[in-house]
Design a protein around this ligand. Sequence first.
Ligand SMILES: [Zn+2]
Length: 166
Amino acid sequence: MTPLRYLQAYPPHLQEQVRQLIARDRLGDYLQQRYAQRHDVQNDKALYLYAQDLRQQFLRSAPPLDKVLYDNRLDLTHRALGLNTAVTRVQGGKLKAKKEIRIASLFKDAAPQFLRMIVVHELAHLRERDHSKAFYQLCQHMEPDYHQLEFDLRVYLTWRELPGIA
Ligand SMILES: [Zn+2]
């Protein structure tokens, strides 16, 4: 059996469903039916505004974002699709923590639902550092379909790496 490296945390029966779709050459159809759209958040400025808008809506009291950008160095080998950092810099003789969110560039050319999912994920880290229960509750508060979207994103990542794709 092929290991599904993006789906290892899911129950065997769900992994099996994905394997079946691959075996029947239907995984592309599954994704196409649900995630055919593309979004127009195509540069860092647009991404910043997009994230800022979600933060305003759901996380008003969280620290403001200094920077949000697409990063083509974030690769999947590190299993990092997004990154959340507080970079400490000296500013006017004082230490100031800058909040930065980096989103893997692959999301530029992806369905709007996947972009929303990853931005929601990184925004939730402004409040909750770990992937705790509270973290996922916050994700779901911002995007009620969060769990399905994370699963389908992982299906999408699996599909991208199938032989003969891309
Ligand atoms: Zn995370």
